[in-house]
Design a binder for this molecule. Structure first.
Ligand SMILES: Cc1ncc(C[n+]2csc(CCOP(=O)(O)OP(=O)(O)O)c2C)c(N)n1
Ligand SMILES: [Mg+2]
Length: 325
């Protein structure tokens, strides 16, 4: 079913919100206000927003570490306050300020992620088994980077998911680099989607700067999964606008990432492309979009104030957070 005007505006709003929250953490690092390090997702908002849009609350999402998942979290209905406060190391954070950049929100199907690249696959596989056994039509959407696709865990999990016909959607956020390593020097084929072939899955490759294209491809895969047809793979071609992490050099091997490459991708900013489309197709007016922009900026300012004013975690909860009874 084509997206309604209201759904299109929701996609735009969530991309703008993700950008403002991401910028807050980037600035927080620069100002020494945040306690954690940060892997900005600026430029990649369309993947998380489009890929998580209009899922069911009980669908599970393994979000990507870019922007520490803010695009995915917002689109899945999570709390930006919990996200910001966690990055500020405050007691009101999603993990009580104890986990720096982690976010857990079971009510919205966000069970957390791990900093160990490649752990997305076996954990999502387990969620897929749970979803299938639960028999309530839940799906798992697992986001991962191009670099992660070189972990052996991918092959084990993708094979098993296909054999067991699990309701999993694998979404590759291919931004052409794994830290300082360009994909062309690390992966023998041009498209990560080629990995679908040995594991008997269908796949789609989409423009990761086009939020609607991402949404439609993931939606196609979600419908297959809900219908019991098993996993699929969606590859989104995208690009990060900032360095791998704040404070790290923005390099490909030991040289700066090619400036013409960076410039070309910045011209394909997903927010600008979608804003133009909404205006051109007369889905929204300039006034409406400006209002969405202003609301997002205000919301991010308020979340930052909330985080700054929140108390530090009480050290006595440390034990409770670390050990399960
Ligand atoms: C097992 C493991 N190896 C290395 C790292 C360090 N590391 C963190 S992010 C990253 C790059 C991952 O690249 P990709 O999967 O393409 O995601 P991207 O950061 O480009 O979004 C690396 C090497 C890690 N966290 N875990
Ligand atoms: Mg990458």
């Amino acid at each position: 079913m084509p997206l309604t005007s209201s759904q299109m505006k929701t996609l735009y709003a969530n991309m703008v919100r993700a950008r403002r929250f991401d910028e807050k953490i980037v600035q927080g690092i620069a100002d020494g206000k945040t306690v954690s390090f940060f892997h900005s997702g600026l430029g990649e908002e369309a993947v998380g927003v489009g890929g998580c849009a209009f899922l069911r609350p009980d669908d599970y999402v393994w979000f990507h570490h870019r922007g520490h998942g803010i695009a995915h979290i917002l689109s899945k209905g999570g709390s930006p306050q919990g996200f910001v406060a966690e990055h500020f190391g405050k007691a009101t954070g999603a993990c009580n300020g104890m986990a720096g950049f982690h976010y857990v929100d079971p009510e919205h199907g966000l069970l957390g992620f791990s900093g160990t690249i490649g752990s997305a696959f076996p954990v999502s596989l387990g969620w897929g088994v749970a979803a299938k056994m639960g028999n309530r039509g839940q799906v798992v959407v697992c986001f991962f980077g191009d670099g992660a696709s070189n972990r052996g865990t991918l092959h084990e999990a993708m094979n098993m998911a296909s054999v067991m016909k699990l309701p999993i959607v694998w979404v590759c956020e291919n931004n052409l680099y794994a830290q300082f390593m360009p994909l062309k020097d690390a992966f023998a084929s041009e498209d990560i989607a080629s990995l679908a072939i040995p594991y008997g899955m269908p796949s789609k490759i989409v423009d990761g700067q086009d939020v609607v294209a991402v949404h439609e491809a993931v939606q196609w895969a979600v419908e297959r999964a809900r219908a019991g047809e098993g996993p699929s793979l969606v590859e989104c071609k995208t690009y990060r606008f900032r360095a791998h992490s704040e404070g790290a050099p923005d390099v490909s091997h030991f040289e700066l990432r090619p400036p013409d490459e960076v410039e070309a991708w910045k011209k394909r900013d997903p927010l600008l492309l979608f804003r133009e489309r909404l205006l051109q197709e007369e889905i929204a007016t300039v006034g409406e979009l400006d209002r969405i922009d202003a609301d997002a900026a205000e919301e991010a300012d308020a979340a930052e104030r909330f985080a700054i004013e929140s108390p530090q975690p009480d050290p006595s909860v440390l034990q409770e957070m670390l050990y399960a009874r």
